[in-house]
Every structure is written in C-alpha cells, then in structure tokens.
Design a protein around this ligand. Structure first.
Ligand code: C5P
Length: 234
C-alpha cells in the first residue's frame, strides 16, 4: 500500500463528520481515521457510510482482550471493509495472532493490522512506577514492535521520531503509522513529541495521522493539501 496522509476525524457525531468531509467534494477523497468516540457514538454504519463515499478508512479501536474475544471481534470488523485496524501489542503475540486470524476473510484478503506499542501519553516514569515495566521506553517499543512482526502484523503506530528505530529492528517494509504531526508555524496543542509532515517523510513514516492541524484549520482543504505536498511531495 502507498504512503499517505490520514485525517483523524475526531468528531462527536455523524453530522459534524460529514459536514467536515463535504468540503472535500470533487477532490481526492482523504484517507480517514475513525476512533472510539465516533464509532461508539454512531456504530458501524458510520464506517459503511464513509466507505460508500469512497474514503479509505483506518478503524482505530485498539483492541485488547483475551485472544478468543479479539478473534471474534476482528471477524465482525473485517466485514466492514476497512483498510487498517489495530490492537494493543501488550495483549501478547498470541492475542495478535488471534486478531490476524479473525481479520482474514475466507478468500484470504484482510485489512492491514497494526499494533500500538506504548501510547504516547504513557511516560517512562509511569511505565516503571505504575506498570512495573523495568525496561526503558525505547526498549519496550522495539520489543513490542518485534512481537507484532513475529505475530505476522503489518506494522505499528509510533511517533515519527521512533520510526527509524522500529524499521531498524523490524525491517524497512514494516509499516510505521505516525501521529504527532504539526506544521512548523503552528501550536503543539497537547502533543509532546511532534514533527512536521516533511520531517516525518525524512524519518521514514509510511502514513502520517493528522487531526487538529487539518480539522481545526480555517481552511481544512488547504491544510490537507499542504500535508500532501510536504509529506508526499505532490
Ligand atoms: O489532533 P492531533 O493531530 O493531535 O490528532 C492525532 C490523532 O492521533 C488523535 O486521533 C490521537 O488520538 C491519535 N494518536 C496519537 N498518539 C498516539 C496514538 C494515536 O496522537 N500514540
């Protein structure tokens, strides 16, 4: 699959999402990310509707449960015809293998399956003090990415600043999907480890996930096109 810019549609409901996407009518249909908020508010119909409108979809539900439950849940999601799904790598290799099995359709096709290594909101201090993980943050991220690769997954979500380290450990073809993107002349909001779309390209990201720099821009279409131009050189 080609590299691309994914817009995080972090909206509370269907109408807001469609109003936002209507501005792109007549242009390239952006790759969109549907997260828990929108999915829990609107259910699977919002996914079907955006697919019918021609948007590639990253369904960001971050599954984490016992392998049998994840396998069955993924079987349901695979019928939604999305392009990317994800799980938490901390669910273990066995859980990730079960997710992959559930996601694979009878004809052998399936969406890409990506693992979350460590959430960017988890600090190294909390990892050690609350979760009793003795290894450092980077060591944990690399190990979880290697587990995902071993389970047969296609890549991980990580910071662009970690993309090189993940590729070095798991191979250049192991996908990195990277949030934390900001334009050079913009505010960071609550993100900490941020880079520009152009820098993310240099660091080897395969997909960048961009939320507020596009959704909250005065001209979202222009902001999206700036992302494409910087990230894909087009
Ligand atoms: O608005 P912003 O560009 O910060 O949005 C980034 C998106 O990527 C949000 O949907 C956020 O939940 C998601 N994300 C993230 N960091 C992660 C994983 C997901 O920012 N580690």
């Amino acid at each position: 699959m080609a590299r691309d810019v994914i817009i995080a549609c972090d909206f509370a409901g269907r109408q807001q999402t469609l109003d936002f996407l209507d501005a792109f009518e007549g242009r390239r249909k952006p790759f969109v990310k549907i997260g828990m908020e929108l999915f829990y508010a609107e259910g699977p119909e919002i996914v079907r509707e955006l697919r019918r409108r021609g948007h590639p979809v990253f369904l960001d539900l971050k599954l984490h449960d016992i392998p049998n439950t994840v396998r069955k849940a993924m079987r349901v999601l695979s019928a939604l015809d999305v392009d990317i799904c994800n799980v938490h790598a901390s669910g273990t290799i066995e859980m990730m293998r079960a997710a992959l099995e559930g996601l694979t359709r009878p004809d052998g096709t399936r969406p890409l399956l990506i693992a979350v290594t460590q959430l960017t909101s988890t600090s190294e201090e909390r990892l050690q003090r609350e979760l009793l993980v003795g290894a450092g943050m980077n060591e944990t991220i690399v190990k979880y990415a290697q587990n995902a690769r071993e389970a047969g997954l296609d890549g991980v979500v990580c910071s662009p600043l970690e993309a090189g380290m993940v590729k070095a450990a798991c191979g250049a073809d192991f996908l990195t999907i990277t949030p934390g993107i900001r334009f050079a002349d913009a505010a960071a909001d609550d993100q900490v480890r941020i880079t520009t779309p152009a820098r993310a390209r240099e660091l080897g990201s395969d997909y960048i996930v961009v939320g507020r720099p596009v959704t909250a821009a005065p001209d979202p279409v222009a902001a999206y096109e700036r992302c494409l131009q910087e990230f894909l050189n087009q």
